[in-house]
Design a protein around this ligand. Structure first.
Ligand code: HEC
Ligand code: HEC
Ligand code: HEC
Ligand code: HEC
Ligand code: HEC
Ligand code: HEC
Length: 199
């Protein structure tokens, strides 16, 4: 049999197999286990909706995604930057096949970070996601802050001087967009008492 014919047969078999898998997968009593609903710390992925749209397991497994929830998080290259460059979710979430990764943050990120109280270098500085909900996630999570509580306080220069120079909170707390970091000290500094109250 010639090569083209062979390829066609393989392709047809694959298609039939894929359809069969899909049908089984979408039958409620299916014995095929999909990955279900995956809730990461701040974002989620739904197998039900993606398989329901017609994607087969092989569209995502084993490349680009591991068959194990959280496995991807151990890879340093599983980042938004990679998604913007068309990898991982960004293979499809590129603004043409599906909504883009570099906008629409809240389509995937369904949990914001709550209340964070810094403890270093001084105890008790409050940041509340709720009181900043007039901004999109990208205002702060594209370079200004990681999505990891207290990560920033590991930096040596997380101090008032940096804020006065427009870094970190000072990017907005400059007296124009928001009250200046050189005023209303106690609005941010809730101190040891405020910290204890929050426990
Ligand atoms: C659109 C992409 C996509 C499709 C299609 C897809 N998956 Fe997944 N799957 C993922 C992602 C993303 C993860 C999580 C990987 C991670 O976080 O490490 C995952 C994880 C899993 C897991 C691990 C779940 C756990 O609890 O650890 C299983 C099992 C799985 N998928 C099975 C399937 C099966 C079976 C199909 C076909 C019916 C399928 N997947 C189709 C993207 C997909
Ligand atoms: C194989 C292509 C493909 C991959 C890979 C993929 N998606 Fe999707 N996704 C789609 C399509 C197509 C839609 C529906 C079209 C739209 O809403 O723009 C969609 C819709 C969604 C939705 C809205 C529907 C719902 O489930 O609530 C979310 C959220 C989502 N994707 C998250 C993700 C995340 C997170 C990843 C990576 C872990 C991912 N997707 C990977 C193709 C893909
Ligand atoms: C298509 C789904 C999707 C969209 C849209 C999306 N993200 Fe993500 N994002 C993810 C997934 C999946 C992860 C990895 C799991 C996690 O950490 O929640 C992630 C991780 C992150 C992280 C931590 C890892 C890193 O790269 O630093 C940040 C910060 C982030 N996203 C910010 C954003 C911002 C800002 C936007 C909008 C401009 C956005 N995301 C849009 C799916 C998405
Ligand atoms: C005004 C700035 C700002 C905006 C807007 C913002 N964040 Fe954050 N976010 C932060 C800061 C600051 C931290 C803590 C970073 C640190 O301590 O290093 C944080 C941390 C987080 C964390 C980690 C929480 C934890 O307990 O580890 C998540 C998740 C998060 N943000 C999600 C989001 C999502 C989703 C959005 C959009 C809906 C969003 N953020 C919008 C500033 C912001
Ligand atoms: C993207 C801009 C932006 C960033 C970054 C930002 N803020 Fe704000 N913040 C605002 C705006 C706007 C307001 C409300 C307007 C006002 O009060 O001037 C506000 C209000 C506040 C308030 C008063 C509301 C409340 O919760 O009591 C506190 C406290 C605060 N910010 C702390 C911080 C801290 C701490 C950081 C850094 C970890 C930070 N902000 C980063 C824009 C920002
Ligand atoms: C917009 C919020 C905000 C305001 C307003 C603010 N601070 Fe801060 N401050 C911070 C953050 C964030 C840190 C670093 C995290 C920590 O130390 O817990 C910090 C740290 C400090 C530190 C320890 C680091 C250093 O620079 O020496 C001192 C002292 C301090 N602030 C004094 C003040 C005083 C005095 C005022 C009023 C003139 C003030 N702060 C107003 C957010 C603020």
């Amino acid at each position: 049999m010639n090569l083209t014919r062979f390829i066609i047969i393989v392709a047809v078999c694959a298609a039939v197999l894929a359809t069969a898998t899909l049908n089984i997968a979408s039958t409620p009593n299916s014995r095929i286990v999909t990955g279900g609903e995956i809730q990461y710390k701040s974002s989620y992925f739904s197998h039900e909706s993606h398989v329901g749209m017609g994607f087969g397991c092989q569209d995502c497994h084993i490349e680009p995604f591991a068959f194990e929830t959280g496995e991807m998080l151990t890879r340093p290259d599983y980042s938004m930057q990679a998604m913007y460059e068309g990898k991982f979710c960004g293979v499809c979430h590129d603004g043409s096949m599906a909504f883009p990764s570099d906008r629409d943050c809240t389509s995937c990120h369904n949990v914001s970070g709550g209340e964070i109280i810094y403890t270093e270098p001084v105890m008790g500085v409050i940041f509340s996601h709720e009181s900043h909900d007039m901004f999109g996630c990208e205002s702060c999570h594209e370079g200004l802050f990681p999505m990891e509580a207290l990560e920033t306080q590991k930096a040596d220069n997380f101090n008032m001087e940096a804020l006065y120079n427009g870094l970190y909170c000072g990017a907005c707390h400059d007296g124009q967009m928001a009250f200046a970091a050189s005023t209303q000290c106690a609005t941010c500094h809730i101190g040891v008492k405020g910290y204890n109250r929050s426990k």
